[in-house]
Design a protein around this ligand. Structure first.
Ligand code: B12
Ligand code: SF4
Ligand code: SF4
Length: 417
């Protein structure tokens, strides 16, 4: 196949003839095995037309050449300590499709649009405070949804080109999904780091398929952010250190996904975010009014994405699995979400939660949860909170959790909360 495909481009009737004989044997029509560049262009055009019926919102084709400039960017990003640690560590694999796939000819990039608004969401109010999950974790796990669309696309292509070979990936693959999408003309690489298009905004997930099909490539889009800097100005932690440059270690989205203790600075900035952060997208003028409700699996359940905080504190493993198991927010387990719920109650200064937080401080088996509960009680303040902290101090066996209790007591004493 590899040989035939390559010869088709330059080609010749001889190749075309060979292929047609095989096509006849396989009972496929001549359309199914493109004979010339023109046929590949035709296949691509038909793929574009079929995209919507395959549940794909945007599709483009990129060359499979190495991402040479990106490699320099990634090397520098690493040197500056700005990685999150969630990226594929091998920078050669990240930037050279030929290390992932034998003789790649093109990369098909796809995008699926997701919702950005809750219709009549439940209110977060005193006595019934709620946290929020980022839009990227609403509905079913997007990895599953995009894999489904990529599988449908693969089946569609295979019907037309039986010798098709592909390697599909979403998020967890080695390639940079954004760099592929940018090269394939899905959108521009925006100052908030997202791939964004005039049509869909940045509310889109990305995935791709390396193939052995020499499809004609798309041009990158020419739109851009212009003079706007709204996302950079609005980022709560200054994590966007330059246009399109993120210090992941300062990004709240990253911090919500860590499992350990969080510094006072970041706990205050997390607000009521339980997973992820959308600020640099919600402030973006290109995203204004864009809310994609047509992908059935991605629509949010309000009680899951804007849940009451207190019940999360004592949620067991089984309940967590039942409620959040199918969401992309579950990949780090329940601990970060519970820790963030504790932080949110502290940030709300929610007095009605003091007893529940005191119980976490006394009884939770995880030092991170106990230490964070101490911080939250310190932030809420009041006699009951102080009493709980003083009672817990002599019993605390974990050094770091103890430090958090001591700091909370000290802060209450000096009323530096
Ligand atoms: C690690 C990771 C994170 C980390 C780090 C994010 C980051 N910006 O680096 C953390 C946990 C913080 C994170 C957060 C989020 N993530 Co994330 N994440 C990834 C992951 C796995 C790798 C990203 C990566 O390698 N970053 C390193 C940077 C340096 O490279 P890059 O962004 O891939 O490539 C761009 C830059 O290199 C830049 N670039 C290239 N050359 C040059 C040259 C110059 C001079 C400059 C300035 C820039 C530049 O352009 C490239 C293309 O845009 C990708 C999936 C994947 N496999 O690619 C998802 C991915 C980027 N995440 C995604 C999403 C949705 C998010 C969040 C919005 C989730 C949320 N709501 O909380 C936030 C957004 C935070 C932000 N402002 O970027 C989507 C983005 C979709 C889109 N439309 O862009 C992806 C693509 C997952 C997916 N398949 O849909 N994420
Ligand atoms: S996701 Fe939040 S913290 Fe991260 S860059 Fe965007 S606004 Fe800043
Ligand atoms: S807020 Fe402005 S600068 Fe930031 S991504 Fe949107 S258009 Fe670009």
């Amino acid at each position: 196949m590899e040989q035939s495909l390559r010869r088709i481009g330059s080609a010749g009737n001889q190749t075309a003839c060979l292929i047609n004989v095989r096509a006849v044997k396989q009972g496929v029509n001549e359309y199914m095995l493109p004979e010339t560049d023109n046929r590949w262009a035709q296949l691509k055009q038909e793929m574009r037309e079929a995209a919507q019926s395959l549940g794909i919102d945007k599709i483009g084709v990129a060359s499979a050449d190495p991402f040479t400039e990106l490699k320099q960017v990634l090397v520098r990003h690493r040197e500056l300590g700005r990685e999150s640690g969630f990226e594929e560590p091998d920078l050669d694999k990240r930037t050279n499709p030929a290390l992932l796939f034998d003789n790649p000819q093109s990369i098909i990039a796809i995008a699926i649009a997701y919702p950005s608004k809750l219709q009549n969401p439940p209110k977060s109010e005193p006595g019934a405070r709620r946290g929020i999950l980022s839009r990227s974790s609403w509905g079913e796990d997007y990895h599953k949804v995009l894999r489904d669309r990529l599988a449908k696309l693969e089946a569609w292509l295979r019907e037309r080109v039986p010798e098709l070979r592909v390697e599909s990936m979403v998020d967890t693959g080695a390639l940079s999904d954004r760099a592929v999408a940018e090269r394939a003309g899905i959108g521009w690489s925006a100052k908030n780091c997202s791939i964004m298009s005039e049509e869909l905004g940045s509310w889109m997930y990305l995935g791709e398929m390396i193939t052995n099909l020499p499809l004609p490539v798309d041009e990158p889009v020419t739109e851009g952010c212009g003079e706007c800097t709204k996302c950079i100005d609005a980022c709560p932690t200054g994590a966007i250190v330059g246009p399109g440059q993120l210090d992941s270690q300062r990004c709240i989205s990253f911090v919500t996904q860590t499992k350990g203790f969080v510094s006072d600075e970041f706990m205050r900035k997390i607000g009521n975010r339980l997973y992820g952060c959308d600020t640099c997208q919600t402030v973006c003028p290109v995203n204004r009014g864009k809310n994609w409700t047509h992908q059935p699996e991605l629509q949010p359940d309000h009680e899951l994405v804007k849940p009451l905080l207190v019940p999360l504190l004592t949620m067991g493993n089984r309940e967590f699995k039942e409620r959040y198991g199918s969401s992309s927010s579950a990949w780090r387990g329940k601990k970060p979400i519970q820790r963030n719920a504790v932080i949110a109650l502290g940030n709300f200064k929610e007095k009605s939660a003091v007893n529940d937080l005191a119980q976490v401080l006394r009884e939770d088996t995880r030092p991170v949860l106990r230490g964070t509960a101490a911080w939250a009680l310190g932030r809420i303040g009041g006699e009951e909170a102080e009493e709980a902290l003083r009672g817990a101090l002599p019993l605390e066996g974990d050094e770091e959790a103890r430090t958090y209790i001591e700091r909370a007591i000290a802060a209450l004493e000096t009323a530096d909360i």
